[in-house]
Design a protein around this ligand. Structure first.
Ligand code: UN1
Length: 506
């Protein structure tokens, strides 16, 4: 095992041991900002996943017998490590996934918030006691862990999202097999070290590094009772239909969005411009909640456009480790090409391009970073039409459409809802009727007023509707995905008392 980048081969963590596993293939974590190799990792095979699942399966029996409080103790250890190593781990996030440093650190903060929530829950036991409909009977729900939980997590929140999934699964008494994203294995390595340092019992937490084949070996295995997935719509859809279609298995998947912000004629334009810039360009547009559509009322359109474009022309793209940077690079060269195609599609569909910084000027690229995956803001205006693909397909980059609307909030919400996705969105308005209309009619899981549509608080349900997902792999709602309920009914009398007026006479 290596705690350092670029030195030795980093391994899988299976059944309480660091191991090279079965395969001889390796892969590298590459810096999106410089292209350099940060560290090397063993690539997981089906046999490695099999070993991890066997260990997780075996460990369920003892782990589920521990109290919630005892299970949470391991997570409190990790909570302190996350806090103590905030700066160091935040820098690793920035180096490995390219987020600027304040966002790298926020990723770690979000992780400990989630751990705090999940471990704190152990001290906040709750349940449902239900009065029986007949006589002297007690009824209540008993919650039990489902068993083995498979966690597949994305690169864009390489520390926070693993803890969304795993902290809850573990406190609720499940064991875990986790595959970090192949772009961010170094963060995966450090998280596994934290579990190891916390002395988590063998087999309770297992990590296999690797690619989609290792992920599929986890999700397809019959020993896995629940799959928690956060990532692309394509993979999520496959998992949701395959795993969700199997009796006895559950999948909670959270995928992408084509998120919109409505700026009404009643908007405070300072809030509007600020919220839109944050939502479009933070994380280089690579959050599943990033906004690619700004739906702006005609009365304020020109002023909003002028102010928004001025900032988009100017936001600092550069070295993620520099505090003055607003946007780092895209995650990988293939993703730069994907963003290019989305920008081209918008142009083919008639976009009037307002900001084209897709190819950064040479003087904008920091010295020594020439091999980074650089992209800058691409902003266009286009007349809304339901057939436009550029308004429906998620780019996952700094690619933003401005849409001018006339009429009232009902018209804006109709445009807002016209995508296959339904993850996040916001309304900017000083009129509470418009705000309430948006809250009640926007087809999304995360709705904001007078705020960016990024930066959800961890204790709120995080998930979407339509193509954005089939459940909540985090916070309170994730408890539903990782536990089973037994509806318990007990008769306290000597008579057999039945519901529905059913006679107990024989
Ligand atoms: C994601 O967009 O992929 O709400 C996750 C937010 C963060 C999580 C984002 N708390 O922006």
């Amino acid at each position: 095992m290596s705690h350092q980048s670029g030195t030795q081969l980093n391994q899988h963590y299976i059944d309480g041991e660091w191991t090279d596993g079965d395969g001889s293939d390796t892969f590298a974590s590459e810096s999106p900002a410089t292209g350099e190799t940060l560290a090397e990792f063993t690539r997981g095979t089906e046999a490695d996943v099999d070993a991890a699942l066997a260990a997780a399966d075996e460990a369920t029996e003892e782990w589920r017998e521990l109290s919630y409080i005892d299970r949470a103790e391991y997570l409190w250890e990790i909570y302190h490590e996350l806090r103590d190593r905030h700066q160091e781990l935040g820098e690793v996030v920035s180096k490995e996934c390219g987020k600027e440093i304040s966002e790298g650190k926020a990723d770690v903060t979000e992780a400990w918030h989630m751990v705090e929530w999940a471990a704190g829950n152990a001290r906040h036991p709750h349940g449902d006691v239900v009065p029986s409909e007949v006589g002297d009977k007690d009824a209540y729900m008993r919650r039990k862990p489902r068993g083995v939980v498979g966690c597949i997590t994305p690169w864009n929140f390489p520390v926070a999202i693993p803890f969304w999934h795993m902290a809850i699964a573990l406190v609720e008494g499940n064991t875990v097999v986790w595959k970090p994203a192949e772009q961010t294995p170094w963060c995966g390595q450090i998280i596994a070290e934290m579990f190891d340092d916390a002395g988590i019992p063998d087999g309770v937490f297992n990590m296999v590094q690797g690619f989609g084949d290792a992920g599929a070996a986890i999700t397809d295995d019959e020993r896995v009772d629940t799959v928690l997935f956060t990532g692309s719509a394509e993979v999520g859809q496959e998992i949701a239909s395959k795993v969700g279609g199997e009796p006895g298995k559950l999948a909670a998947c959270e995928m992408g969005g084509k998120n919109g912000i409505i700026i009404t004629e009643e908007a405070d334009l300072d809030i509007a411009v600020h919220s839109a810039i944050m939502s479009s360009f933070k994380t280089t547009g690579q959050r599943c909640v990033s906004s690619e559509r700004l739906i702006v009322h005609t009365d304020v359109y020109d002023e909003f456009k002028e102010r928004y474009v001025e900032i988009a022309e100017d936001v600092a793209v550069g070295d993620p480790l520099e505090e003055s940077t607003f946007m780092g690079p895209a995650i990988e060269p293939e993703h730069v090409e994907k963003i290019r195609k989305h920008n081209e599609l918008a142009e083919q569909e008639g976009a009037n391009v307002l900001v084209d910084r897709f190819e950064l000027g040479e003087d904008e690229i920091p010295d020594g970073h020439e091999d980074g995956n650089w992209v800058g803001p691409f902003v266009y205006e286009i007349e809304y039409d339901t057939d436009l693909r550029c308004l429906k397909e998620e780019c996952f980059g700094p690619h933003v459409a401005l849409l001018e609307y006339e009429g009232d909030i009902e018209d804006a919400v109709e445009i807002h809802n016209d995508t296959p996705y339904g993850l996040a969105g916001a309304v900017i308005s000083e009129d509470y009727r418009q705000i309430n209309y948006f809250r009640d009619h926007a087809e999304i899981g995360l709705a904001y007023a007078n705020l960016p549509c990024i930066g959800a608080e961890v204790h709120l349900p995080f998930g979407g509707v339509k193509k954005s997902g089939n459940g909540y792999p985090s916070a309170r709602e994730a408890i539903e995905a990782v536990t089973e309920r037994t509806a318990w009914t007990m008769n306290n009398s000597k008579d057999i008392q039945m519901a529905q007026g059913l006679s107990a006479d024989i």
